[in-house]
Design a protein around this ligand. Structure first.
Ligand code: TXA
Ligand code: MG
Length: 343
């Protein structure tokens, strides 16, 4: 399949997105930018489109897709909304938040991965918003990476994974946040945080005081444990080389890394303040230790770069669990298959 690439210019979006909108409406696939990561979109109401999405990603079809809508109230057509959905929408939509609700019959089981619930997200990125309007249908979109690889945060990452697999790729520049949306389930008796992201747990607590954090956000899922979100089961964000996380005082981590640079071919996702102390080979600056926004922005592209290098192993810091740190921790601990060295 030939993949058309459209670079967004300053012309009106409603003009630039006519073709991609038509592609989605007629059952094709379009990769589009959002404020979190790039999405691989198809018509959420068309079972054949959802099947194509799974095929293009090489993703198991029991892992449901997020349905993107232009306005929170558009969820009414797709799901049984509850008052707390509108409280969350008021505070955080449009934005990097996905909410799980009981689904209505109009959502095909191909889109919901066979579940009786559906994930709803209203993206803030103007290109994503305009594309949903142009398509005239809700857009089902997982992250636009091949299954198991880190989510793409630039059109270059998307081309690496999706060239020849989709009808069109819209290049809207680098993703603002760089980590996927926060996911909250309102489908059970108590609200549960299933995936941390740009909207932090503390911010959510202001709206949902009873919000729980799913065990799998920070821990490995036991073989007998039922995953609350099918995506929790799969190894994610994983580089092809082993990734090892380091925990402990900064001086000990630095001396460990210096020693490793002498003894093995390693790549390091380091803090900006460490740059001058380490050998510059295969060194990827993910931002200052205290700057979690920059770290989120650079994490996936740094993992991709480290993975492309000739390193045998990749080292990174184990993030803190506060604020945006929880989302960084969740992505890194899974990419590292829970391998942590305590120094
Ligand atoms: O930021 C994002 O959320 C991006 C952009 C493109 O919107 N999308 C994204 O989609 O990250 P994806 O498919 O890569 O991750 C969605 C996660 C999966 O782990 C899936 O299992 C979970 O959401 N999910 C989707 N529907 C669900 C449902 N009904 N119940 C529980 N988990 C669900
Ligand atoms: Mg994904």
């Amino acid at each position: 399949m030939e993949t058309k690439v459209i670079r967004i210019t300053s012309a009106p979006l409603s003009e630039q997105l006519v073709l991609p909108g038509q592609i989605i409406a007629s059952g094709g696939l379009v990769v589009f930018p959002t404020e979190t990561v790039y999405g691989l979109g198809g018509n959420a109401l068309n079972p054949a489109s959802s099947k194509k999405i799974y095929a293009a990603k090489g993703r198991p079809s029991d892992n449901p897709l997020i349905v993107h809508v232009a306005r929170p109230e558009d969820a009414e057509e797709l799901a049984f909304t509850v008052p707390s959905f509108y409280e969350l929408a008021q505070a955080f939509m449009p934005g990097p938040l996905t909410v799980i609700l009981k689904k209505k019959d109009i959502v095909p089981s191909e889109t919901s991965g066979g579940l009786d619930t559906v994930a709803i997200r209203c993206p803030a990125n103007p290109v994503a918003h305009a594309l949903i309007e142009c398509a005239g249908v809700p857009i089902a979109a997982p992250s636009a990476n091949l299954s198991g690889k880190p989510s793409p945060t630039s059109a270059q990452d998307v081309l690496e994974d999706m060239s020849g697999r989709v009808d069109c790729i819209i290049d809207g520049g680098p993703s603002d946040i760089g980590l996927e949306s926060t996911i909250v389930s309102l489908a059970g008796d108590v609200p549960v945080l299933l995936r941390p992201g740009g909207i932090t747990y503390d911010a959510l607590l202001c709206v949902l005081p009873g919000l729980e954090i799913a065990h799998a956000v920070t821990h490995e899922i036991g073989i007998h444990e039922k995953a609350l979100s099918p995506g929790m089961k799969y190894r994610h964000y994983a580089p092809s080389k082993p990734l090892i996380l380091l925990k402990g005082p900064e001086e000990k981590i630095l001396s460990f890394l210096k020693q490793k640079q002498l003894s093995e071919k390693c790549a390091i996702l380091c803090y900006s303040e460490e740059l001058s102390q380490l050998n510059g080979e295969r060194l990827y600056d993910i931002g200052r230790g205290s700057d979690l926004e920059t770290q989120a922005h650079r994490l996936f592209s740094s993992i991709r770069m480290a993975d492309r290098s000739d390193a045998a192993v990749i080292y990174a810091h184990l993030p803190i669990l506060d604020g945006l740190g929880l989302a960084l921790y969740n992505r890194l601990i899974r990419a590292a298959a829970h391998t942590v060295i305590e120094l």
